[in-house]
Write a protein that binds this ligand. Structure first.
Ligand SMILES: [Zn+2]
Length: 287
């Protein structure tokens, strides 16, 4: 009988045996908020002795005993994996399956054509702003404090969910990278969890924008503000006011566009709020 093939670099230790047991038990027949779907969050119970969990070469947030892995909204359904690095530097692969998810399509008409097809002189500005946002989303800094509970920043109705595939004036665009919360201009916006202010600015599409770094690759973004009330580098507590709802940038009316990113991938903020709700019990994919 052949020994089980594992992607290992060192000899078997007790922690690895635990890891094998943990990895051998799969979720069966249950639907969780954290299903590994494009734009979703894969919640993985980390076995003992693991120092670091990476996905697509990037470290992921580990909260308590769970890794919260952001799956790119453009990920193809099919096999995927995490890499576990143990305290003794040995490694192990954890395989999982990205499942299919259908997001609805929405057709929008925007009268200001410059906002649909920007002038060439604005493209340099847009690209620069995209680099600034990507850098903030790609950071992996120390935790700013307990991300639980992760609280909705404005009390209001969600008018546009995450992932909607949008067609602007007949032209297909990237899926909606956050969720929109209705709110009158001037409504206060509160930080969902402790954070350091990473970026503030007036962006072409997003208008007045704030990016908060909660640490360990968890970053959130607030757009179209009428007023920004924080500065880069500032530390902010859960519930701290960061600005006011507005209608700056590419909008059809005042609302908050809220994006949340894990390990560099925009994920559904509603899923993260559910996983990190005050009364949420961590699910187990192992025992
Ligand atoms: Zn939006």
């Amino acid at each position: 009988m052949k020994p089980t093939q594992m992607h290992r670099s060192n000899s078997t230790t007790l922690s690895h045996l635990f890891a094998r047991l943990a990895i051998g038990c799969l979720i069966a027949g249950q639907v969780f908020a954290s299903e590994p779907v494009p734009g979703g969050i894969y919640q993985y119970h980390v076995p003992p002795g693991v120092a670091k969990v990476t996905y697509n070469g990037k470290p992921v947030l580990v909260y308590g005993q769970h890794a919260l892995v952001g799956i790119p909204v453009k990920a193809k359904p099919g096999p995927s994996k995490l890499e576990l690095v143990f305290t003794d530097n040995s490694t192990l692969e954890h395989k999982f399956e990205i499942k299919h998810k259908d997001y609805p399509e929405q057709h929008l008409t925007i009268k200001n054509k410059k906002m649909v097809n920007p002038d060439p002189e604005n493209i340099a500005r847009i690209n620069k702003e995209a680099r600034t946002m990507r850098a903030a989303y790609g950071a992996f800094n120390a935790s700013q404090g307990d991300p639980k509970p992760f609280v909705q920043p404005v009390d209001g109705v969600i008018t546009s969910p995450f992932g909607r595939r949008r067609v602007l004036n007949g032209q297909p665009r990237s899926p909606h990278s956050g969720l929109d919360i209705a709110g009158a201009t001037g409504t206060p916006i509160h930080a969902p969890a402790p954070a350091k202010v990473a970026v503030t600015g007036d962006f072409y599409f997003n208008g007045n924008t704030v990016l908060l770094d909660h640490g360990e690759g968890l970053v959130s973004m607030y757009c179209h503000l009428s007023e920004i009330q924080v500065a880069p580098g500032e530390r902010i507590e859960r519930g701290g006011q960061i600005g006011l709802v507005g209608a700056t940038g590419r909008v059809t009316g005042p609302h908050l566009h809220w994006s949340v990113s894990l390990n560099g991938n925009r994920v559904d903020p509603a899923t993260l709020m559910e996983i990190l709700a005050a009364d949420a019990v961590p699910e187990t994919n192992s025992n």
